[in-house]
Design a protein. Structure first.
Length: 78
């Protein structure tokens, strides 16, 4: 079997890393809704840092996270 070129190997790595991250965030979101055990945040962030940030972004965009919440506002305490 021939060895893939560097751009092809990088594309394969990023595809796998993004899919893994997307499924991890999906599973974590389902567990959060059902009240089950969740992944430690450090593990989810490590997956994102491993080159899979777009999988995290696409999952949070497709899950409806923060869509219903209002934007943060600065409040004066005086």
């Amino acid at each position: 079997m021939p060895v893939p070129s560097l751009p092809a190997a990088l594309a394969i790595y990023l595809l796998f890393a993004n899919l893994l991250t997307w499924f991890a965030f999906r599973l974590d979101k389902r567990r959060a809704v059902s009240g089950g055990w969740r992944f430690p945040e450090a593990n989810l962030l490590a997956l994102s840092a491993a080159g899979a940030g777009s999988g995290r972004r696409s999952r949070s965009a497709s899950s409806g996270t923060r869509r219903a919440s209002s934007p943060l506002r600065a409040v004066s305490m005086s």
